[in-house]
Design a protein around this ligand. Structure first.
Ligand code: HIF
Length: 288
């Protein structure tokens, strides 16, 4: 029995998890009528992206692999304000599935958020392994919403994305909202913040956007209702001619947007991750 139990112990932790079951349990955590617009999906998507978007292709550091976004100082970086809400919501699943890594849990939560809110299928692989706080990335790797196209390019080129992929990713701002007590900005990007659509592009192109008159940071609101918002960094996709070509494409062609977004978001979640050779690729079916 000694050899038997030894062999059992050598099964890597990531192989002991039923990811389909985790997917379902995350999906069950999405709805809450008392939270925001009724869904944790958007903040799960933001958590998955911020866990991953620290990747630097030159030094091959950062990314979701170590799940370091849960540790200070990374957890306290200004860009990550409010994400403890998402981590706290997911923590019971880490307790239930002891063998899942935080990096896998947080990125899978992003996949669930997109798919269950009506977005495209996002291919996903398990096998990230947790690292301690020493592996946290320095502050400043995530984008600053107050800046424009040059900055957005600097940040996403550093991760290894091109203009078309960046323009496809930004469509995720159809989901969720800004919170004045998190980023300082306020409001949703459109009228259906819990549905994954190409409305980011259609709203950006079709509305007249004017500077919001308030004490907060510079942001834009639609004229005349003022109900929807754009960040300065979002507006750059309308004014920058190379980005704008793709914005127009995705505004008129939802299928192309879904395809391009699916590939770019799957790539984002895998940046810097060295997967085990035998890690399978999952394409989870939405539950509904
Ligand atoms: Fe966001 N993003 N993001 N973002 N983001 C916010 C909210 C969300 C940027 C800034 C902000 C991406 C790119 C960029 C989501 C998903 C993605 C907020 C508001 C800010 C300031 C946070 C708050 O106050 O709660 C900038 C400058 C980006 C570069 C252009 C990604 C493409 C769009 C990579 C992406 O997937 C989601 C979802 C939210 C909504 C979160 C919520 O709690 O509802």
């Amino acid at each position: 029995w000694y050899f038997y139990s030894k062999q059992q112990d050598e099964t890597p932790a990531w192989k002991k998890v039923n990811y389909q079951s985790v997917y379902k349990d995350i999906a069950d955590l999405l709805e809450d009528e008392d939270y925001d617009d009724g869904s944790y999906g958007p903040v799960f998507v933001r958590l998955a992206w911020h866990a991953s978007g620290t990747y630097d292709k030159k030094t091959r550091t950062g990314g979701s692999s170590g799940g370091t976004i849960r540790h200070a100082p990374e957890a306290e970086h200004g860009a990550n304000a409010g994400l403890e809400v998402a981590r706290r919501r997911l923590e019971p699943l880490k307790q239930k599935y002891r063998n899942i890594s935080y990096g896998d849990l947080y990125t899978l939560a992003g996949v669930v958020g997109i798919q269950e809110l009506g977005g495209p299928t996002i291919q996903w692989r398990p096998g990230r392994s947790d690292l301690q706080a020493e592996a946290c990335t320095p502050d400043g790797r995530l984008p600053d919403a107050a800046q424009g196209a040059d900055h957005v390019r600097d940040i996403f080129y550093r991760m290894g994305f091109d203009d078309r992929e960046i323009a496809a990713l930004v469509g995720a701002h159809a989901l969720g909202r800004c919170h004045s007590n998190r980023s300082g900005y306020e409001g949703p990007w459109n009228a259906s913040p819990t549905a994954f659509t190409n409305f980011f592009y259609t709203e950006l192109l079709e509305n007249t956007w004017v500077t919001k008159k308030w004490d907060g940071p510079k942001q834009f609101v639609d004229k005349p209702t003022g109900a929807f918002m754009m960040l300065p960094a979002d507006m750059a996709f309308k004014t920058d001619p190379r980005f704008r070509t793709y914005i127009e494409l995705y505004a008129r062609d939802q299928d192309t947007f879904f395809n391009d977004f699916s590939a770019a978001f799957a790539k984002l979640l895998e940046l810097g991750v060295k997967f085990p050779d035998d890690a399978p690729t999952y394409r989870f079916k939405p539950l509904d």
